[in-house]
Design a protein around this ligand. Structure first.
Ligand SMILES: C[S@@+](CC[C@H](N)C(=O)[O-])C[C@H]1O[C@@H](n2cnc3c(N)ncnc32)[C@H](O)[C@@H]1O
Length: 356
């Protein structure tokens, strides 16, 4: 497939996704609001909303577009996966872990991926983030259009997150980015913190290779990408001043989330801080209904389990103090409490390790 056809097809899909985000979502919400008086509140409210809307053509159209626009984005004639499969040889420098990126990367021979990770094609990404050597490239291209309303004029949400993570603390000497993917969440840290040492971990070899390749391009020496499980990191106790993650928690089964927090607590120095960006604050039943539906329609099976956890209680149980869980504005001008158009329930989760 030629580059122009691929770009045109992906641009078209993005336009339809924007139509879905604004027009179709608004119509579904209006239909819900017009019929809200018909809810009898006898079962769980999200279940009732489902009953209310399941025969609505507008809602069916919304749900169909949600599932299949994402499928077209990755698969089929103009899908990202198809494009990169055909272009494998062009990217052999990244895929083969060229010498230049070796300093930035540590992979583990015979690394065992958890079952939950292999059991689903996350985000409808064929083969998941680990199944094919091109998975990092595919994920990077897909991530460019995850939030269609952000546009390119805004400061990227990862930079907004980095600013908040570093706010009100002295410059951390050692930072751990858990679930770093292809390094998008790590780069804003290693770009601005020349004096800090940054460790970035993930399960996905193809993503880590791409992250290391990009870091090698900048020639920064303060970052290392390693294939390590966030649930059992093997770092020494009290090794970091700041532990972060962006969009990792909702990808973990609910029963594993406590393990990740316990691990973060263990590797933090006393007085250290943990900051996560994820999808948690669901201000009303309709937003919850839409979010749980997204979890099913987009192959993100653990989103609901995470959203239903009592996060404050869990963090307190793991020993954290100064716990803050607040809606996050993913782009300039976006009211984080407003779900007028479809958007993720972005939430900033901050907690500190006590100084004894
Ligand atoms: C949605 S991506 C976010 C990546 C990156 N933080 C970003 O914001 O672009 C979630 C990442 O978590 C990784 N992941 C899932 N479970 C993990 C685990 N147990 N340990 C480390 N990484 C994990 C996935 O491989 C994936 O790269």
């Amino acid at each position: 497939m030629d580059d122009r056809s691929f770009s045109a097809a992906q641009d078209f899909l993005l336009s339809v996704k924007t139509f879905w985000t604004v027009d179709v979502f608004t119509k579904v919400k209006a239909e819900y609001q017009a019929n809200i008086g018909n809810l009898d509140n006898s079962t769980s409210e999200t279940r009732e909303i489902e009953d209310l809307l399941s025969d609505s053509t507008t809602f069916q159209y919304f749900a169909w577009l949600e599932r299949h626009l994402q499928r077209f984005k990755y698969s089929g004639r103009y899908g990202i996966n198809t494009y990169y499969s055909e272009k494998r040889n062009t990217f052999s420098n990244i895929l083969s872990n060229e010498e230049r990126s070796e300093d930035y990367l540590e992979l583990t021979q015979g690394f065992e991926l958890p079952d939950y990770y292999r059991s689903v094609d996350i985000h409808q990404h064929p083969g998941g983030l680990w199944g094919d050597e091109i998975a990092g490239l595919v994920y990077e291209r897909g991530a460019r259009t995850t939030t269609p309303l952000m546009g390119s004029a805004h400061k990227d949400l990862h930079h907004r997150f980095t600013d908040l993570a570093l706010k009100d603390i002295s410059t951390p000497k050692d930072i751990l980015d858990m679930g770093c993917g292809f390094g998008k969440s790590t780069k804003p840290f290693y770009d601005i913190l020349n004096e800090s040492k940054i460790e970035a971990i993930d399960l996905s070899e193809p993503c880590l290779k791409l992250a290391a390749h990009d870091a090698a391009e900048t020639q920064r020496k303060n970052v290392k990408f390693r294939q390590i499980n966030a649930l059992d990191t093997t770092y020494d106790n009290e090794s970091f001043d700041l532990v972060t993650s962006t969009m990792l928690i909702h990808e973990l089964p609910a029963k594993e989330i406590g393990k990740m927090f316990a691990e973060a607590e263990r590797v933090l120095r006393p007085g250290g801080r943990m900051v996560h960006l994820d999808f948690y604050s669901l201000p009303d039943e309709f937003t919850k209904f839409i979010h749980y539906g997204h979890s099913e329609r987009n192959n993100e099976p653990f989103m609901k389990g995470f959203a239903e956890l009592d996060l404050h209680e869990l963090l307190a149980e793991k020993g954290f103090i100064n716990i803050s869980i607040v809606p996050f504005s993913e782009a300039e001008g976006v009211d984080p409490n407003n779900h007028r158009y479809w958007r993720f329930p972005w939430t900033l989760i901050t907690a500190d390790k006590e100084v004894f």
